[in-house]
Design a binder for this molecule. Sequence first.
Ligand SMILES: [Fe+2]
Length: 372
Amino acid sequence: MLTEFHYNTFPQEIIFGAGKLERLGEIVAQYHWSRALVVTTRSQRANGNLARVENALGAKLVANYDATQPHVPQKNVDDATRLAREHNADVLVALGGGSAIGVAKATSYRLQSPIPILAIPTTYAGSEVTPVFGVTRERDGMSGTKRLLRKETVNDPRVAPRVVLYDPQCTLDLPRELTAATGINAFAHCVEAAYSITRNPLSSAAAWYGARRIYHALPRCVENGTDVAARTEMLQGAYLAGVSLSNVAMGLHHGVCHVLGGTLNVPHGLANAIVLPHAIRFNADVCAEQLAQLARVLGIEAEGDEIAAQELAKRVAQWTHQMQLPSRLREVGVRETDLDLVAQLAGQSKMVQNNPKKISDGELRKFLAEIW
Ligand SMILES: [Fe+2]
């Protein structure tokens, strides 16, 4: 049991329920916001969610920015910031996954005085309940035909969304692959929160029960995306996962996944599916108690904590395999010659350095080779 802890919270209203999106105009009016800039993606326009947002906002909508790309490129932030200034927006309505919400956070941060964000998440990444965002900038130099990219992370409570509107109906169109990928991302947040060096009683409880909902609901959502009950349970799991993540330090798993995403453009969720079982296994001795507790909440019984932790790693690998997620870095376009750079950048990652079990540069290179 923890005997000491410390964490910060920030004001945030959470509204959860199927069909709640239709209340958006009313919610915006309650906060006396009247000039909304919607930050979203083309796919939200195509699937009809943007039309629902436009309808609900009515005259309070001043502009749409729907060109959001994955990994929050600097150009998206520049363009959305220009629009926000031009239209004198007083709220950013972020509709989409981690990238749309990330662009909204980075835009708010860029403005002289940050403007509030109302987030409507359509994936399970959890960005809506955190004060963190990353912006991807291009770096000099080339690695084969791939551009070298680097993601820089900012943590500022002023950009944490003021309101989060969770409507499971907005997730019914989330494609199978993205459902699986962002769902495993949320699950991975629970795992790393459970053993985080900065965990607290709230983050641990959110991590265990978020993981349990996701463990049960995600395969059903992948199987049938229009199952509203499964989507509802999954979105609640994603909310809890976001809460668990929001004020604790992530570790080895996320450090490695961020380098793979920022440097080689490996989609975050796919990187998660590949790296997670190995990160659990690596941490199984030092974090045996925390991982065994998580395993028990998931219904995994085993004699002894370390064995339960190892069993958890095995079950997670089976679970991701069942959802047809990749299990090797080579399956997602990583070349063996990329591993040195990934190991070098991961070694500098604050998250990797915050892993509860220390990992040397040599061990990191070996860890990557095993996953490749
Ligand atoms: Fe993540």
